[in-house]
Design a protein around this ligand. Structure first.
Ligand SMILES: [NH3+]CCCOc1cc(-c2cn[nH]c2)ccc1C(=O)Nc1ccccc1
Length: 337
């Protein structure tokens, strides 16, 4: 008997655990109607305590965000004891494992991945959010090696917009900016740039710029901002890393400069895309037709309910059908038993 009967009754068949985090675990599952694989983050509300508001924050952030490099939200299921967040399954796993597998990536492959991170983070910042916990474990790959940023449990939407200061110290020290670990007031956008610098270093070098088993040693290294520049790094990548891993947040490169940095456009001839994507909120007649025939309800009535974006079972079915269409899979729903 499944430990989570709610999920089975909501149309999901659970599979193996694919991750565990501060808030609970993430399990692979199959959406019965469409046959699509999903990742379900399972949180026990009775154990979340003071972290419950962060879960609510992550869910509301994900409901407002729609970008090809941000892990999609499909459905939120809440019971008295648990919260289930149904998300996009990223079959390529963690970027971290991809780097370890290849020991380090070529400059071109690093650039291909890093441009996608820039595109997602600039979209985040433009929408008033800072992630604040960017690290290779929170960067996944889908089946086509597109990059997907996850875990918005520490994201912030400063009340006064991205120019107002934050104070909460959060995220993983290894990737955390000097001002964040010092506990001084900081701008969310600036700490994200630092973490992106740590990720770019990991892509190009196959190791981390600041590491130590001793937390005090680690803090000292971060506050000093000194790291090894392996011989294989090009002058362009060294210059960019120095501008991102700059201890003084006021002198650190800004996202607008990063987008236009020449190293980022090398071989692409143009900066990464920063346009706002809401392709998932489009009205797709084909997908509506499939749901309409299945439910025997007029497709305009179906659309009037889906376009409220309640992230209920109808939202999940529609978004998963859109996924199937994008990958050229047949648009069918499993027959009712
Ligand atoms: N560090 C990631 C482990 C948890 O994995 C996920 C988390 C989320 C997630 C968590 N919060 N928000 C989204 C969404 C998707 C996955 C996922 O697909 N993981 C995976 C897939 C294949 C192999 C290995 C791991």
């Amino acid at each position: 008997m499944s430990r989570y009967p709610t999920l089975r009754s909501c149309g999901y068949e659970l599979d193996r655990t694919i991750g565990t985090g501060g808030f609970g675990k993430v399990k692979l599952a199959t959406h019965t109607l469409t046959g699509e694989k999903v990742a379900i983050k399972i949180m026990d509300k009775t154990k979340l305590g003071k972290d419950l508001p962060r879960v609510k924050l992550e869910i509301s952030a994900l409901k407002n965000l729609s970008h090809p490099n941000i892990c999609k939200l499909y459905q939120v299921i809440e019971t008295e004891s648990h919260c289930y967040v149904v998300m996009e399954y990223c079959s390529g796993g963690e970027l971290f494992d991809h780097i370890v597998e290849k020991s380090r990536l070529s400059e071109m492959e690093s650039r291909m991945f890093f441009r996608q991170i820039i595109s997602a983070v600039s979209y985040l910042h433009d929408n008033g959010y800072a992630h604040r916990d960017l690290k290779p474990e929170n960067v996944l790959l889908d089946r086509e090696q597109n990059l997907k940023i996850i875990d918005f449990g520490l994201c912030a939407k400063p009340q006064g917009g991205m120019d107002s200061l934050l104070l909460t110290s959060c995220g993983s020290p290894t990737y955390a900016a000097p001002e964040l670990i010092q506990g001084v007031k900081y701008h969310g956008s600036e700490v994200d740039i630092w973490s992106m610098g740590v990720i770019l270093y990991a892509l190009l070098c196959g190791c981390l710029p600041f590491e130590s088993d001793n937390i005090d040693e680690l803090f000292k290294k971060i506050l000093k901002g000194k790291y090894i520049e392996p011989g294989w790094l090009s002058s362009g990548s060294k210059r960019l890393l120095r501008r991102m891993l700059c201890v003084d947040p006021l002198k650190r490169i800004r996202i607008s400069e990063l987008i236009n940095d020449p190293w980022i456009s090398l071989g692409f001839g143009c900066p990464p895309s920063t346009t706002n994507h809401n392709v998932d909120r489009c009205k797709d007649i084909e997908c509506l037709e499939v749901i309409s025939q299945y439910c025997e309800i007029d497709k305009e009535i179906i659309w009037s309910r889906i376009s409220k974006w309640k992230y209920d079972s109808e939202t999940a079915t529609y978004l998963l059908l859109l996924n199937k269409k994008k990958y050229g899979a047949p648009l069918v729903l499993k027959k009712k038993e």
